[in-house]
Design a protein around this ligand. Sequence first.
Ligand SMILES: *Cc1c(COP(=O)(O)O)cnc(C)c1O
Ligand SMILES: [Zn+2]
Length: 372
Amino acid sequence: MVKYKCSHCGKIYDPKTLVFRCDCGGMLDLEKFDFTFSKKDILKNEWSLFRYLKALPFDRKFNLWKDITMGEGLTPIVTLEKDNPNLLVKVDYAMPTLSFKDRGAAVLISKVKELGIKKVIQDSSGNAGNSIAAYASRAGIDCDIYVPEGTSLKKIKQISSHGAKVYVVKGTREDTAKAALKAAENKEGFYASHVYNPFFYQGTKTYAYEIYEQLNGKIPENVVIPVGNGTLLLGCYYGFKELFDLKLIEKMPKIIAVQAKGCAPIYKAFKEGKDFVDEVINTGTSADGIAIANPMRGKQILEAVRKTDGEIIIAPENKIEETRKYLAEKGFYVEPTTAATFAGFFKYYNENKSSIKGKIIIPLCGAGLKKD
Ligand SMILES: *Cc1c(COP(=O)(O)O)cnc(C)c1O
Ligand SMILES: [Zn+2]
């Protein structure tokens, strides 16, 4: 089985030990695993993201995922506006639990099942909790989910419906993360965190593989991604990097990351030229899905964006509701965090039209119906 490697000190761990971070405090990555992959390796008759199984960190004999997958992935790519063929959206809320987190959860919970784990713990602002709860239930694994107070009641109801126990934590999103971490340290269950566990990013990397397959290898020059903890951003970066190293694509797309105005620690570090992220105070935003004041993988996110010659931009708070209406006019009813991604991009686009070259792809990450 592929091993963990500390992103800070390089120490190697076997996932069977159930560690979730290095003794030095560093975040765990996956050790590089060798695989070959090309178009002909896509499992054309598998209608889920496991059609890219050859690029995923599972043994060839491993097939527990077959009972766990819900057909996640393979989300549509369409144009948003009829006069603008360069602006593509990927409808990533068209997933079993209505957000892109199913990509990560399908792969992580498959790995958890392979490891023989009986109970998982996770914390989230909502969507990741929905996802982990659903896949854990399907896999016959017990599940505790920690959410911050103020989380949409619909999301809480959805999490409970899958049989997971929901702990609503008083205080900030960071207090919620601390509570889950403490439970994991007390060995109440395996910390199946979308932020900490590197297998989650192996799922989100299929976002890039799908774009590659669906657009016939002609990937857009610009990939816009919302960023809080960076699970889609990093997965997307790993995916495109692999395709690039395999010589399946000629160029890395620029990653344009979007943060919320009221909580933008990565944007701040980027603009200040720092290579690490300092915690900020969340001064409030309706884009709660990206309001992460202390992103644990901030350093890696900065590195990924800079390596693609990318950019980090801010979503104007006063345009979020208006943009949500606009997207609904175009047929897409999304949650405010997704509207924020587009609000941020539209502002940036209007100010930098001349310097943005080629096509752009933006994900519709979360469905609007999940909000109260
Ligand atoms: C989780 C989530 C995000 C942000 O993802 P990160 O991994 O925190 O960067 C953005 N939009 C929606 C709808 C989400 O559920
Ligand atoms: Zn370490």
